[in-house]
Structure formats: C-alpha cells, structure tokens
Design a protein around this ligand. Structure first.
Ligand SMILES: Cc1cc2nc3c(=O)[nH]c(=O)nc-3n(C[C@H](O)[C@H](O)[C@H](O)COP(=O)(O)O)c2cc1C
Length: 97
C-alpha cells in the first residue's frame, strides 16, 4: 500500500524528493557515526567541500544528491570542549509556535 502511495506523493515535487534524500542521508549518517563510536572509532561530518568536484570524481548520477562527507577513524585527540549547548526549550516547539 505504501509503495503505491509514495510515487504520486513525490511526483513533480522535486523539493520534497530532495528533502527526503537529505532526511535519509542524515539518519544513515548518524547511524554510521553512532556505530563507529560504539566500535571505538571517532567521526566527523563535513559539508565544506567542493560538492561539484566530488560529484564528478565519483560519477554521481544525475538523479542522486550529495550529502555530507563523514570521516571515520581513530581520533588523535579529544574533541574540543563544547562552547555551550542550547537548552531543550531552545530547540523544541510543542504543538505550535
Ligand atoms: C552536517 C555537518 C557538516 C559539517 N561540516 C563541517 C565542515 O565542513 N567543516 C568543519 O570544520 N566542520 C563541519 N562540521 C562540524 C564538525 O563536524 C565538528 O562537529 C566540528 O568541527 C567540532 O568538532 P568537535 O565536535 O570535535 O569539537 C559539520 C557538522 C555537521 C553536523
């Protein structure tokens, strides 16, 4: 049933297709990062690279989008202290703005 719905839901809505791709990439990326951490590795997501050049290098098909790059390996030093976490109230909205 869901498969039948998904086609028409996304058809002609390129922005939604792109959003879905980035959502999936984010979930997969975080899963990889958590798995790496659980296996004793560290990771670092990055989007500050030449997206077009990397797309060309890996022959990215036209119907694919690029997500962040994730480096995974053995950390050489501890992560820097965080400059200050936002509170839960600052990052969540309950039932409306
Ligand atoms: C999606 C995403 C993309 C990022 N891209 C970059 C980047 O291009 N360059 C960079 O210095 N940090 C980037 N960061 C932040 C780093 O991954 C990292 O969190 C930051 O350098 C702080 O490192 P630390 O957690 O070891 O203190 C990105 C973070 C996320 C979540």
């Amino acid at each position: 049933m869901l498969v039948g719905w998904m086609g028409p839901f996304h058809e002609g809505r390129e922005w939604l297709q792109r959003d879905e791709a980035q959502r999936s990439i984010g979930i997969a990326m975080q899963t990889m990062m958590l798995a790496a951490q659980g296996m004793g590795y560290q990771s670092c997501p990055m989007i500050g690279f030449d997206i077009e050049a990397v797309a060309k290098l890996i022959n990215l098909p036209d119907d694919h989008v690029m997500g962040p790059m994730v480096a995974i390996g053995k950390g050489t030093k501890e992560a820097w202290p965080k400059p200050g976490q936002l509170t839960l109230d600052q990052v969540t909205v309950n039932n409306g703005f």
